[in-house]
Design a binder for this molecule. Structure first.
Ligand SMILES: NC(=O)c1ccc[n+]([C@@H]2O[C@H](COP(=O)([O-])OP(=O)(O)OC[C@H]3O[C@@H](n4cnc5c(N)ncnc54)[C@H](OP(=O)(O)O)[C@@H]3O)[C@@H](O)[C@H]2O)c1
Length: 251
């Protein structure tokens, strides 16, 4: 686990959904590795802990409050980054929601909500980031997918479909943007110990952990370390990939 380094020194990064879970760990780790991190949260108080890192790490954390489904607000946030930094090196599309239900029980409202956050907002943020990155002829976009996006899972038709879409849009964007040196990769976590995982309840949590070769849930920091690699120049020739972070989960 990387606690600090200078791999992201002078990099300007935007992390969506940084208030908790994986996004929080990514923003915290990026700042520890020297990045100027624009951390997205929906509510002011939600980024308090991250902002307290300022002065205690080699990078910095700058708050950006908006809902990723609000296109106009996302555009405004991107304009702020352009004005303040003149560039964007890394976008981490992390914000996501999960609504589990068996096929007969899924409501139209849930289908729409999951796709609004997990797919449409990801494409929107990607489009906005590419405008900035194209001018500088470089950039790294990291999309949070999921192991269920490739394997599927009982009770997760909508969520797994949304993550499958994230994987295919990642591969397509990588092909389209490679000539501009903009890399696009996906990270596909298995079971990671966050509020999202805990929301399934104790019994299901145990069942899921039994399917993991390493016999434990991953930590948000372990996902963040893979994001550091993809954000850094260590991965300059890596694009269009889906990197599993799942402790050998068998589903
Ligand atoms: N945990 C896992 O086992 C797992 C496995 C595979 C993939 N993933 C993916 O990894 C990502 C992070 O998951 P997590 O486990 O860290 O989830 P989490 O603990 O539930 O946190 C989700 C984050 O997304 C934010 N968010 C949700 N909707 C948003 C919106 N409309 N606008 C802005 N922010 C929004 C939340 O903000 P608020 O605090 O305001 O709600 C929160 O910061 C997601 O894309 C998820 O699908 C997670």
């Amino acid at each position: 686990m990387i606690s600090s380094c200078d791999l992201l020194k002078n990099k300007v990064c935007l992390v969506t959904g940084a208030s908790r879970g994986i996004g929080y760990a990514v923003a915290k780790r990026f700042a520890a590795c020297g990045a100027a991190v624009y951390a997205n949260g929906r509510r002011e108080e939600s980024l308090k802990e991250l902002l307290s890192l300022n002065g205690n790490c080699s990078g910095s954390v700058i708050p950006l409050y908006f809902d990723v489904t609000d296109s106009a607000a996302a555009k405004k946030a991107m304009m702020q980054i352009k004005k303040e930094q003149g560039k964007l090196d890394v976008l981490v599309n992390n914000a996501g929601i999960m609504k589990d239900a068996l096929i007969g029980m899924i409501s139209k409202e849930d289908m729409h909500q999951v796709f609004e956050v997990n797919v449409f907002a990801v494409m929107d943020m990607l489009q906005l980031a590419v405008k900035l990155m194209s001018r500088q002829n470089s950039g790294s976009i990291i999309n949070l997918a999921s192991i269920v996006g490739t394997n599927g899972n009982r009770g997760q038709m909508v969520y797994s479909a949304s993550k499958g879409a994230v994987i295919s849009l990642t591969k397509t964007a990588a092909k389209e943007l490679a000539s501009r040196h903009i890399r696009v990769n996906a990270v596909a976590p298995g079971v990671i110990d966050t509020d999202m995982f805990r929301s399934i309840g104790e019994e299901k949590m145990k069942e899921k952990i039994n399917l993991i070769g390493m016999n434990r849930a991953g930590t948000p920091e372990e996902v963040a370390d893979t994001c550091i690699y993809l954000a850094s120049d260590l991965s300059v020739y890596v694009t269009g990939q889906v990197i599993g972070v799942d402790g050998c989960e068998v589903i």
